[in-house]
Design a protein around this ligand. Structure first.
Ligand SMILES: *Cc1c(COP(=O)(O)O)cnc(C)c1O
Length: 341
């Protein structure tokens, strides 16, 4: 039995999800004739209180499209130093949109309205024009941390005062939604654009959706085409998304419980330096300085347990739909007994 905790993207569609996919009504989505895609897009737009939504093959493409919609070449985007758009999208912000990032030195991928204010460039010709603020909820490199919604609202105020777009990378917004009192409409009221992933915690094989209001989203379909993301009978994938929205959101709570239990087990090990506070499905921890990281990972692999290194001495485990109760028991027992020679 392989226990794969490298990411929540490793899940495979369940039988019921596959059946929903097989039964999907499809059409050519480039002609907007795929009824299942149309249903998914309408459902997510409505859910977040927006007028428009567009299906994408990846979260990266949805984020990159959002950046393009909000900026002109030469502009600057404010984001955290841990941001996915800065670290893990292959330099796409500069490649696709010709923008630079002003990085905020935040805490676990999150920052304050005050820091945003300080990061905005003065209105002088020799500065690049600040045009967008981007945040991530939950934060990936920040260990699945959830933002304080009050701070998000304060940042929105700063965006309004300075005429800046506000984009949410909501790859794991579903994890925040099940942990916090805010609703999707609360997020929709604050952000101009929101990208959500169906292929992480929700367990779909493929799919992200960009959500926003008419004026800003008007050009999204053209940008998606430019990026090569137009698709044809893609309702089969949208059907997986609809199935996941109906059946998998509540299950995220189980992932969170398991992640917390893993954190507790790790804390008891003498050779572990620290475990970051676990709010959702991501566990980030560090080994003592004298413990060889590669040796530790290899020891886990011997037990058929797979995790990843985030660099800088940080290791990551992510719980997900395919991480079963049985695997959880085996994992906890293995951790309890693990020794590093
Ligand atoms: C996974 C992820 C994305 C999108 O990644 P894709 O692999 O392109 O779907 C975007 N933002 C964050 C924070 C992510 O974790």
């Amino acid at each position: 039995m392989k226990i794969d905790l490298r990411s929540d993207t490793v899940t495979k569609p369940t039988k019921a999800m596959l059946e929903a996919m097989m039964q999907a009504e499809v059409g050519d989505d480039v002609f907007k004739e795929d009824s299942t895609v149309n249903i998914l897009e309408n459902r997510l737009a409505t859910m977040f209180g927006k007028t428009d939504a567009l299906f994408f093959p990846s979260g990266t493409m949805a984020n990159q499209t959002a950046i393009k919609l909000h900026t002109n070449p030469g502009d600057q985007v404010i984001c955290d130093k841990y941001a996915h758009i800065y670290n893990y999208e292959s330099g796409g912000a500069s490649f696709n949109s010709g923008v630079s990032c002003k990085l905020i030195d935040g805490h676990r991928g999150m920052f304050t309205a005050k820091q945003v204010k300080e990061a905005i460039n003065p209105d002088a010709f020799y500065y690049s024009k600040t045009s967008l603020v981007e945040i991530e909820n939950t934060t990936n490199k920040g260990g699945g941390a959830c933002w304080d919604f009050e701070e998000i609202k304060k940042i929105k105020q700063v965006c309004i005062e300075h005429d800046l777009g506000f984009h949410l990378d909501g790859a794991r917004i579903w994890n925040a939604l099940v942990e916090k009192p805010e609703t999707p409409k609360d997020y929709g009221a604050v952000f101009n654009t929101i990208s959500v992933c169906l292929s992480k915690g929700l367990g779909c094989p493929v799919g992200s959706v960009l959500i926003g209001d008419g004026p800003i989203m008007k050009n999204a379909i053209r940008i998606r085409k430019i990026f090569g993301g137009n698709m044809r009978q893609v309702g089969y994938l949208a059907a997986a998304g609809l199935y996941a929205l109906d059946n998998h959101i509540e299950l995220l709570k189980e992932d969170h419980k398991k992640a917390k239990a893993i954190g507790e087990a790790l804390k008891k090990l003498a050779f572990i330096k620290s475990v970051e506070t676990i709010e959702t499905n991501i566990v980030i921890f560090e080994l003592n300085d004298d413990v060889n990281e590669t040796r530790f990972i290899e020891e886990l692999v011997k037990n058929n347990i797979h995790i990843i290194s985030m660099g800088g001495g940080k290791l990551r485990m992510v719980t997900h739909l395919d991480y079963t109760n049985n695997m959880h028991e085996v994992l906890l027992k293995t951790i309890e007994n693990i020794t590093i020679k």
